[in-house]
Design a protein around this ligand. Structure first.
Ligand code: TXA
Ligand code: MG
Length: 317
């Protein structure tokens, strides 16, 4: 049976999701970044489901979501730098990797052997309500089958996890549309692990220059595996003149005469382009063999957009 897509504003739907979480089942839930596949982070059985449903390699640790910034203090030790970032960006699309506190209670399956925890406080109302009413932090990776594009609508979740007979809460399209930015604050100085919904410029304005470890051979984040965001079609980047048999993913004004064009943002707005990125790739991927992508600036959210496109363009080996 395919997943059931339900509107959490309808009576009884959120209660049903809360009962599922409390019975160690997984629920797909919209966050401001992408849809997550959530389970009780304290429950081995619940979190185990996530790995099974996604077909995710066991060594990948999960992000834990809390409803209130203060809830992070119970789970991790926060440096002054971490507190500065939390004050500025939580709730919102920033994940911090911080040392676990003794007696944290998080399932070892979430941690996958790490002594640190990736934690964030999302601002989207549906996941906020689900965390509060379930009474537990929720572990959630993106709600897609492992290695495919991240879902930004309930329909993306249902088509990526088509064999799963679970519940998808429909909160409409995600506001940010790209995964959270991940910063490791467990070391002497902060390190960027994944560009995302909060721009590097905004982070650096507060804590100074960040080191970056995006392409390590021993990935701390599977987003670091180059082919993580893989569409079926082949992708060609920085193309100003698409070939006739290519679909074109444009950015900014494009008045070329081409048969198939999806424009991420005709006005050249990077925030709008980020919101539209995965939905546009999904749409083109469904009916094109080859996709050409226009040049996209690398400042602000452009860094994260280019990062995802580069990974999507790198074919799985
Ligand atoms: O926006 C997001 O972050 C979304 C929504 C659902 O919150 N979640 C998401 O989760 O993108 P996921 O599992 O697709 O990516 C989380 C990344 C993974 O690359 C994982 O390896 C990394 O975070 N990660 C988790 N725990 C870590 C840790 N202790 N140290 C370093 N990286 C960690
Ligand atoms: Mg993912």
């Amino acid at each position: 049976m395919p997943p059931r897509i339900l509107n959490p504003d309808n009576p009884g739907v959120l209660d049903q999701a809360v009962r599922a979480i409390q019975s160690a089942e997984a629920v797909a839930v919209p966050t401001e970044t992408v849809y997550g596949l959530a389970a009780n982070a304290y429950s081995d059985a619940g979190v185990g489901q996530i790995y099974q449903i996604k077909g995710r390699p066991q060594f990948n640790p999960l992000i834990v979501h809390v409803a209130d910034p203060d809830d992070a203090d119970r789970l991790v030790d926060l440096s002054p730098e971490a507190r500065t970032l939390i004050k500025a960006f939580w709730p919102g699309p920033l994940t911090l990797v911080a040392p676990l506190k003794l007696g944290h209670g998080i399932s070892p399956i979430v941690l996958a052997g790490n002594a640190t925890l990736a934690i964030r406080c999302p601002d989207a109302p549906v996941i906020q309500a689900l965390i509060r009413q379930s009474g537990a932090p929720l572990a959630a990776p993106s709600a897609n089958s492992s290695g495919s594009l991240s879902p930004t609508t309930a329909d993306h979740v249902a088509s990526s996890l088509a064999e799963w007979d679970g519940l998808v809460l429909d909160g409409g399209p995600c506001r940010v549309g790209l995964e959270s930015t991940i910063v490791d604050v467990s070391r002497r100085s902060a390190v960027l692990l994944r560009p995302g919904g909060v721009s590097v410029e905004a982070l650096e304005a507060l804590v100074g220059p960040l080191e970056s470890e995006l392409l390590s051979d021993q990935p701390k984040a599977p987003g670091q595996l180059k082919s993580h965001y893989a569409p079926r079609a082949s992708l060609r980047l920085n193309v100003t003149h698409p070939e006739p048999d290519e679909a074109y993913l444009a950015f900014g004004p494009f008045d070329g005469d081409h048969h198939k064009v999806v424009n991420l943002s005709p006005g050249g707005d990077l925030v709008e382009a980020a919101t539209n990125l995965f939905a546009a790739l999904n749409a083109l991927d469904n009916d094109s063999e080859r996709i050409a992508v226009g040049p996209i600036p690398t400042d602000g959210l452009g860094a994260a957009i280019n990062d995802r496109l580069l990974r999507a363009a790198t074919k799985k080996s």
